[in-house]
Design a protein around this ligand. Structure first.
Ligand SMILES: Cc1cc2nc3c(=O)[nH]c(=O)nc-3n(C[C@H](O)[C@H](O)[C@H](O)COP(=O)(O)OP(=O)(O)OC[C@H]3O[C@@H](n4cnc5c(N)ncnc54)[C@H](O)[C@@H]3O)c2cc1C
Length: 469
């Protein structure tokens, strides 16, 4: 273990980025080792983009399996009211930030093993620069952990990529609660999870659907929240979802047919069943949220916005008349942009990426556990093949391929399975070990999954190799 000595800070691990991913990695390493760590972030607090999020943001997955492994998030309550009724609670943005803040203040810093250099930037050479004073110091480290690979883009910190005339009101989504009462009409620009959240927020606050115009450059496939509910009583549905995914892959006669099968099996959904989606970003919606979005009828599908004039809207595929009094709500930031993957373990460098689909904090904690308990780099990378985040529907299939490879590799290590049983970030592994063989329905689905997983993996290669037509 290295110790800090004045101007040069020494640590076993230098972690660039104290967002959700950097924190989940640090937390698991903290549990598994005696290592010292320096975490550097441009923000003044841990939590990354959650610090910049819009006031009404919520996780779209259950709080109980998000964040760091050692520290609870939420109470495990089931929502009794609202569009998430019957499902596990979704933490608010404030709760997510408070979670990471508590881990930093109550677990990391008092130990003396973790140093947090806030409002600072670190480059690849380990030089840390204070964003306030410009003062620099160097960190000597054994391993450099890049926890910034996701390059998250959120509206608060990403200016709109289109021109806006001076006499038009265009706000980042975060300002919507403060100004909404002043407007009679809203144009929501963007159809990712943030755009969906903005539309749902307006409707839930009492806006009439006729007061909303929704600019949808590309429709998305979305995941259905009912398939991801933790707990024994929901396990059969989760097992069915696993089985339906691989069965659809094996039985489909092409990509278009695959997505129709996934929709028919209630695995994926789309807001407008008459439109073929051109996007997929792992967004998760409840049936109630889908029903709300379907109430909006003024949906513009002419590609991305190019410019907004007071009475005209210029889009990639044409111009349309616009209401002069509309409040434009910018939700166009990419969220998690698509970036090429790289090996997670590469000499002294660890680049945190997903190794389980759409699960950044689970993936970061798993990678930390592998780092702490494996020695051989090929073995480490063998159970942590990186999964590039999704942007287009075909990515659903690409991600499944890597996920199946990782699952198969992990299955050969009993110690990794033991970890999966113990971490709260995997809401299903422990339940699976308790329910399979006991719950007849879940067991039948699970056996169907096992029978189809291998053939599905082979079929994915065929489907991806086929010319896209
Ligand atoms: C609306 C919304 C809802 C979401 N809901 C879910 C959900 O339900 N479940 C889920 O799993 N995911 C969800 N996500 C995805 C979510 O973004 C990820 O879970 C996660 O927060 C990404 O964290 P990150 O650490 O990769 O990135 P970030 O949050 O961007 O953190 C990276 C940090 O690195 C810092 N940084 C960058 N470069 C440097 C540098 N050179 N020096 C120092 N610091 C640097 C940045 O300041 C930043 O704080 C959601 C995302 C959004 C936008």
């Amino acid at each position: 273990m290295w110790k800090s000595d004045g101007a040069v800070v020494k640590a076993d691990y230098l972690i660039q980025g104290g967002g959700a991913v950097g924190m989940a990695f640090a937390d698991q390493l903290f549990s598994d080792t005696e290592a010292t760590m320096v975490i550097v972030d441009r923000h003044d607090r841990p939590g990354g983009h959650w610090n910049d999020a819009y006031p009404f943001v919520r996780l779209h997955q259950p709080a109980s399996s998000y964040g760091v492994s050692s520290w609870p998030l939420g109470t495990g309550a089931i929502d009794q009211t609202g569009l998430n009724a019957g499902f596990h609670e979704l933490a608010s943005g404030h709760e997510v930030v408070a979670h990471f803040d508590a881990v930093m203040r109550h677990r990391f810093l008092p130990s003396g093993r973790v140093t947090f250099l806030s409002s600072s930037e670190v480059n690849d050479d380990g030089v840390v620069t204070s964003l306030l004073s410009g003062a620099q110091r160097r960190v000597e480290y054994r391993r450099f952990v890049d926890a910034t690979h996701s390059r998250m883009q959120v509206p608060a910190t990403t200016p709109p990529p289109y021109a806006v005339a001076d006499d038009v009101t265009c706000i980042p989504v975060g300002r919507l609660p403060a100004v909404a009462a002043r407007f009679d009409h809203f144009t929501v620009v963007g159809a990712g999870k943030t755009g969906m959240d903005a539309c749902i927020w307006l409707l839930q606050q009492g806006a009439d659907p006729d007061q909303i115009r929704w600019i949808v450059p590309r429709d998305s496939w979305v995941l259905r929240r009912g398939n991801f509910q933790p707990g024994a009583e929901h396990f059969a549905r989760f097992a069915k979802s696993l089985a339906d995914q691989v069965t659809a892959v094996v039985e489909c006669d092409g990509i278009d047919d695959l997505f129709l099968r996934l929709e028919a099996a209630h695995e994926l959904a789309r807001v407008d069943p008459s439109v073929t989606p051109g996007a997929y970003h792992c967004a998760i919606l409840s049936d109630g949220e889908l029903a709300e979005l379907r109430r909006i009828t003024d949906v513009v599908r002419l590609g991305r916005v190019r410019s907004i004039e007071r009475d005209q809207l210029e889009l990639e595929q044409g111009s349309i008349a616009a209401r002069a009094d509309s409040c434009y709500v910018d939700c166009s930031a990419a969220g998690i942009p698509s970036r090429p993957s790289k090996p997670i373990f590469d000499g002294p460098r660890i680049t945190l990426q997903w190794m389980r689909t759409c699960q950044p904090t689970f993936s970061a904690a798993f990678i930390a556990h592998v780092e702490a308990t494996f020695r051989d780099e090929d073995e480490k990378n063998g159970v942590c093949r990186p999964i590039a985040p999704a942007t287009v529907p075909l990515d659903w299939l690409r991600m499944l391929a890597v996920q199946l490879d990782n699952r198969r590799a992990i299955g050969t290590y009993p110690q990794l399975q033991a970890w999966l049983t113990g971490t709260r970030l995997d809401p299903f592994w422990k339940t699976a070990s308790e329910r399979i063989g006991v719950d007849k329905e879940a067991t039948a689905h699970f056996q169907r999954y096992l029978a189809n997983a291998g053939p599905a993996r082979t079929r994915i290669d065929e489907l991806l190799a086929a010319p896209v037509g």
